[in-house]
Write a protein that binds this ligand. Structure first.
Ligand code: G3H
Ligand code: 13P
Ligand code: ZN
Length: 342
C-alpha cells in the first residue's frame, strides 16, 4: 500500500474514539521497530521526521525506507509526516520528498525558538495549507508555544513563561477557521525531551483542562499533543543501571493522554520514550559483553526495546486493531476532497 494522507487516519480515529501515536524516526531500526509493533497490534501508523532527522538521514534514505515499510506491510495504512516544519520551504521540500503530511509550526519564527506573532502564524500556515491541500497533503498547525529546552522547535521557555503561552481556546477556534488546517497542536504545559516535570504532574502544570475546553468549542478539530513521552521510570532505571546518568524526571502520564483522547486528541507525539528505550538496551548490551563489536549485537535489542514502547502506546491510545478498518484514500482522492471546499 502506498503511504496515505494523515488526514484519513485522524478522521478514522475521531469516528472511532481513539488516538494515534506519531513516532519520530531517524534511521532504519526505528522504522522497523514501529512497523514490528504496528504489525503485531494491527495499528494504523504515523511515522514522523523532524528537520534534524531529515538532514541526519539525508532525506532520500528516509524516503526509500518508508517506501520499504509500505511495501512490506501492504495491510497497514502508513502516513509520513514532517514534524515541526519551521518554514514554508521546509514543508514544500517535504511534500516533494513524498511526505503525506506536514506540520507548519508557525507558533515559532523560522529559528524554531522565538514565539511568533498571530499574523505570522496565520499567514505561513495558510500558505502551506493552500499548497499542501492542492496536492492532497495533510497540514498540522500549532498555536501557543511549548516550554522546555531549546531544541529548535520549542521556545525554550521556563515553566512559568510556558504557562503564559498556553493555547487560548477562543483563539484556537479562530485560528483553525482562518487557516483551514487539518489538525491543531496545542500548548498545555508539556515540553520536548526527558525533562518535562520535576514531579508527577498535577493539573496545575499539565493543563488537560485546556484540551477539554478546545474540544468543547471545536468538537470536530483533531487535536495534537506534542511532548507526550511518559518518561517511564523503568527505562530511566535501565539507563542508570548500565552506567548512564539521568536524574529523576517525569513525563506525561499515559492516563492523562487517554483522558485527552476522550476530548479530541487524535495524534500523540512520542520520541523521547523510544530514545530512552534504545539507549538503555544499547548500554546494557555494551556492559554485558564488552568484547562484542558487531553492531547487530546491540542494535537488535535496541530495536526490540523500541518496538515494546511503540506497542504499549498503540494499545494504550486505542489504535490497536484499527488498521483494517481504515478505508484508504490516495493523495489524489484528498485533493478532490479539499477542492470541494472541505
Ligand atoms: O520535536 C522533537 C522531536 O523529539 C525531534 O527532535 O529535532 O532532535 O530530531 P530532533
Ligand atoms: P517527546 O520529547 O515528549 O517525545 O515529544 C516528541 C514531540 O513532540 C515531537 O514533535
Ligand atoms: Zn513536538
Amino acid at each position: 500500500m502506498a503511504l496515505v494522507p494523515m488526514r484519513i487516519l485522524l478522521d478514522h480515529a475521531a469516528e472511532n474514539g481513539y488516538g494515534v501515536a506519531a513516532f519520530n524516526v531517524n534511521n532504519m531500526e526505528q522504522i522497523q521497530a514501529i512497523m514490528m509493533a504496528a504489525k503485531e497490534t494491527e495499528s494504523p501508523v504515523i511515522v514522523q521526521a523532524s528537520r534534524g532527522a531529515r538532514s541526519y538521514s539525508d532525506d532520500n534514505y528516509l524516503r526509500h525506507l518508508m517506501i520499504a515499510a509500505a511495501e512490506l506491510n501492504p495491510n497497514l495504512p502508513i502516513a509520513m509526516h514532517q514534524d515541526h516544519g519551521n518554514s514554508v520551504a521546509t514543508c514544500m521540500s517535504a511534500i516533494e520528498m513524498g511526505f503525506t503530511s506536514v506540520m507548519m509550526d508557525g507558533s515559532l519564527e523560522e529559528d524554531g525558538k522565538t514565539p511568533a506573532s498571530w499574523d505570522y502564524n496565520v499567514s505561513v500556515t495558510k500558505e502551506v495549507v493552500k499548497a499542501a491541500h492542492a496536492k492532497g497533503v495533510t497540514v498540522e498547525a500549532e498555536l501557543g508555544c511549548l516550554g522546555g529546552i531549546e531544541d529548535g522547535h520549542g521556545a525554550g521557555l521556563s515553566g512559568e513563561e510556558a504557562m503564559a503561552h498556553l493555547t487560548d481556546p477562543e483563539e484556537a477556534g479562530r485560528f483553525v477557521e482562518e487557516t483551514g488546517c487539518d489538525a491543531l497542536a496545542v500548548a498545555i504545559g508539556t515540553s520536548h525531551g526527558a525533562y518535562k516535570f520535576t514531579k508527577k504532574p498535577t493539573g496545575q502544570v499539565l493543563r488537560m483542562d485546556v484540551i477539554r475546553e478546545i474540544h468543547k468549542m471545536m468538537p470536530n478539530c483533531h487535536i495534537v499533543m506534542h511532548g507526550s513521552s511518559s518518561v517511564p521510570e523503568e527505562l530511566l532505571a535501565i539507563i542508570n543501571e548500565y552506567g548512564g546518568k539521568m536524574p529523576e524526571t517525569y513525563g506525561v502520564p499515559v492516563e492523562d493522554i487517554q483522558e485527552g483522547i476522550k476530548h479530541g486528541v487524535r495524534k500523540i507525539n512520542v520520541d523521547t520514550d523510544n530514545r530512552l528505550a534504545i539507549t538503555g538496551a544499547i548500554r546494557k548490551a555494551f556492559i554485558e559483553d564488552p568484547a562484542e563489536f558487531d553492531p547487530r549485537y546491540y542494535l537488535k535489542p535496541a530495536r526490540v526495546a523500541m518496538a515494546e514502547v511503540c506497542k504499549a502506546r498503540m494499545v494504550a491510545f486505542g489504535q490497536a486493531g484499527h488498521a483494517g478498518g481504515v478505508v484508504t484514500k490516495s493523495l489524489d482522492d484528498l485533493k478532490k476532497f479539499y477542492a470541494m471546499g472541505a
